[in-house]
Write a protein that binds this ligand. Structure first.
Ligand code: NAP
Length: 299
């Protein structure tokens, strides 16, 4: 039996593993996809204190190595269920594991836009990860949908390798940080298509154009692009754990700043209901969740 099982190997989960293991507890962490979570796909991280600039992948590797340095173990497997028994938890992944406390750091996944045939467009020009797939569109015209940090960062990244980048955003102002917006506005090959929504993508067999509609004028237009990058937000990956976690109507875990659902169950990172989802707030959550778990184990 482990002291702590951490589910999720993004910045929140890895930080929880660092804190738990550093406190002398036995820690086992599960990651079903890529260590580092969403940050592993970030081309450039510039807002993590201590690093003026670091690739998301490199930062992910550093976090994982640091957790292992303190003795945390990790397994690449998807956890499919967690059940509570008398005084311990059973975590089922590739097989059953037990722990005295569980920290959920489940993260989120990119939202889909809902345009017709969206799934069938994946691999034909539609992507949810600019840094993973941007290179396929080197020298070509692309569009990024969304107005948050991800959309603006994606557009800036793509503008260095693509001929032209449209940012299609449904409002007249961006949710993204000012600094990113100002940089995008200065780029000659980025065009802002504001107050506009994506209607459809034309693929024969790969994407050739997208149709957008200006919500103010009602005017419909076509943008000739080969790449379509969706950056319209995230969905929390909590559905499998609704029997042990209190979820709101969007699927985020309703738990306060103490990251504590009850003795033995802790939640941290982007899957938690909160105002600001950033790398720094995820690692802060990981710290709180692990510290609370250690307090419980020691009590
Ligand atoms: P986000 O901040 O939730 O932004 C989503 C954007 O997509 C918003 O502009 C939203 O428009 C738009 N949108 C949502 N649904 C839409 C739809 N159906 N059709 C068209 N547009 C739609 O998501 P995010 O940019 O992925 O960022 C998620 C979190 O990660 C944020 O807290 C962000 O700050 C953080 N992040 C941090 C870093 C970093 O630290 N380096 C990098 C990337 C992301 P409205 O504005 O109109 O709602």
């Amino acid at each position: 039996m482990k002291d702590i099982i951490v589910i999720g190997g993004g910045p929140a989960g890895l930080t929880a593993a660092i804190y738990g293991a550093r406190s002398g507890k036995s820690v086992l962490l599960f990651e079903g996809k890529a260590y580092g979570g969403q940050i592993s796909k970030s081309h450039k991280v510039e807002n993590y204190p201590g690093f003026e600039e670091i690739s998301g992948f490199e930062l992910s590797v550093k976090l994982k190595n640091q957790a292992e340095l303190f003795g945390a173990e990790s397994i690449s497997a998807k956890v499919i269920s967690v059940t509570e028994n008398e005084g311990f938890f059973t975590v089922t992944a590739d097989k059953e594991y037990t722990a005295k406390a569980v920290i959920f750091a489940l993260g989120t996944e990119p939202k889909k836009s809902g345009i017709e045939g969206e799934d069938s467009l994946i691999g034909k020009g539609l992507s949810y990860c600019a840094t993973c797939d941007g290179n396929f569109f080197r020298g070509k015209d692309v569009a990024v949908i969304g107005g948050g940090n991800t959309a603006l960062q994606d557009a800036l990244y793509l503008s260095d390798i693509c001929k032209k980048v449209y940012i299609v955003h449904r409002r007249d102002s961006f949710r993204a940080e000012k600094n990113l917006v100002q940089r995008a506005e200065k780029k000659e090959n980025i065009e802002l298509v504001m107050n506009s929504v994506l209607l459809s993508a034309e693929a024969s067999p790969v994407i050739k154009s997208i149709a957008v509609e200006n919500k103010i004028s009602g005017e419909k237009s076509e943008l000739a692009v080969n790449g379509l990058f969706m950056a319209i937000g995230q969905t929390p990956l909590t559905a499998e754990f609704s029997s042990v976690l209190p979820l709101d109507s969007y699927g985020y875990v309703e738990v306060g700043e103490d990251c504590t659902v009850k003795d033995g169950i802790y939640v941290c990172g982007d899957c938690r209901k909160k105002d600001i989802r950033q790398l720094t707030t995820a690692t802060a959550d990981g710290t709180v969740a692990a510290t609370k778990a250690v307090e419980f184990l020691d009590s």
